[in-house]
Structure formats: structure tokens, C-alpha cells
Design a protein around this ligand. Sequence first.
Ligand SMILES: C[S@@+](CC[C@H](N)C(=O)[O-])C[C@H]1O[C@@H](n2cnc3c(N)ncnc32)[C@H](O)[C@@H]1O
Length: 259
Amino acid sequence: MIGADQARSRAANRRWWDADADDYHAEHGAFLGDADFVWCPENLREADARLLGEVEGRRVLEVGCGSAPCARWLRARGADVVAFDLSAGMLRHARDAADRTGVAVPLVQADVCELPFTDAAFDLAFSAFGAIPFVADSAGALREVARVLRPGGRWVFSVTHPMRWMFPDDPGPRGLTVIQSYFDRSPYVEVDQDGVPAYVEHHRTLGDRVRELRAAGFVLDDVVEPEWPEGFEGRWGQWSPERGEIFPGTAIFCCHLPG
Ligand SMILES: C[S@@+](CC[C@H](N)C(=O)[O-])C[C@H]1O[C@@H](n2cnc3c(N)ncnc32)[C@H](O)[C@@H]1O
């Protein structure tokens, strides 16, 4: 097995997302929008789900923002948003989108495991598939998010549903066959021609996530498993109607800190 500790995971993912930023937005930019808030490939929108509650006037942190369409959507609704990402390439797309829309939010380049913000700086933190699946020390990342939230603050984040770990990343019939154990926590690692990790993702079971959230001090309010909308034909990598109609692709953890 190829190791991917925290430092290697960070280095790999920073390089990966810098290199992939243009392709990612060429492929998914239209789905994500310039100032829109989509939680997941199942097309669940914050405008409908309202998982963040009231946002007007709230100090909000977007974790692993990519080009930050969600942060701009919230800014347009009166939130005081800061967005951060590890990748300068992804943040360049955020700046371009701010120019296109005229909606700017402060952008910070940072690692979720070492946040450059003071304690209790935010009322609310959220992430749509950002940062958390890519860090080896996800327990430490959650402690950092808890640190920068005020008591009573809310934390909502979407990730690939843990049960997808068992299946190949294939939107078609091949993606319906179990190929590995749900309980195998070995990271998914792609290496470059020199054997250096070039892309890393880390698996946590549902129970792992719950325990890490509780250890960071969070109260878990809900785990939303968006169902595939009837008639929706969208595709995103391994997400497809064929798979989405029979098992979940996304888990959205909704938590808060005790007040
Ligand atoms: C799948 S993209 C999601 C981006 C955005 N939320 C979206 O929906 O398009 C994952 C993002 O997580 C960021 N990321 C990966 N590791 C990170 C880390 N350790 N700290 C902060 N961001 C990280 C990547 O740079 C990338 O922009």
C-alpha cells in the first residue's frame, strides 16, 4: 500500500487541484454556476434545502471553496462570507467568477488542518465536497473548524457517501459491483511516474465520521442522503441516474456546537 500521511496528502492534492482546475471547471462549471449553491451531484440546492438556516448578517466560512460559487450565492443574500481553498489554481477561478458576476468575497489560500483564523470567528461553516475527503487527519480538520466557530455555531458539509467506497468509480453497470470492503480505510492514492502521490482521497465509515465529529465537540443534528430526483439525467463522474436511483452518492452532515 502507498502511504499518504497528512503532509503527502496535502502536497498531492494541492498539486492535483492546481493542475486540474481548468479541466474541472470546463467540465462542471456550468452545473456549479457562478453564484449558485448546489450541495451535490444529486442537484440539491441550498435555496430548497435550507440546511444553513438564516444567513443574512451571519459570519460564514466556506471550506475548500474551489471557485466559490456557494460563497457568492450567500454574499448576495447578505452573509458576511470568507472562502478558502488549498489550491491557488481553484482560487484563480474564484477571482475570475467574481469579476464576471461583480460579487466578490474574501478569498484565502489555506489548509483546513491549519486555519489562519482566530477562535470563534464565524457563526457558520460549510463545505460542498471541499477539503474533508482529501485530508489524512480529518479528525484534526474537524477540530480546526470547531475552533474557528463560536459556541452554538453550525457546521454543514457534504462528502461522497461512505458506502460508495465499496464500488468502482464508474457511473455504469460496472459501478454496481462491490470490489472492496467498506471497512478498508486504506486511502485511494494515484502516483505520478516517479511514484510520488499525485491524488489522494481518504475514506471514513459513517461511524468514523460521527465519532470524529463528536470528538471535535459537535452535536450531530442530521445526515442528509439526497435521493436521486425523478427524471434527473445529470451525470458527474461516478454519479449517474442508474446508480443514484438505488443507493446514495452523497452524505451531508449537519452539526452544531453546544451554545
Ligand atoms: C471537489 S472540489 C470541491 C470544490 C467546490 N466546493 C465545488 O463544489 O466545486 C475539492 C476542493 O477541496 C480543496 N482541498 C483539498 N484539500 C484541501 C485542504 N487540505 N484544505 C483546503 N482545501 C482543500 C481542493 O483544492 C478543491 O478545490
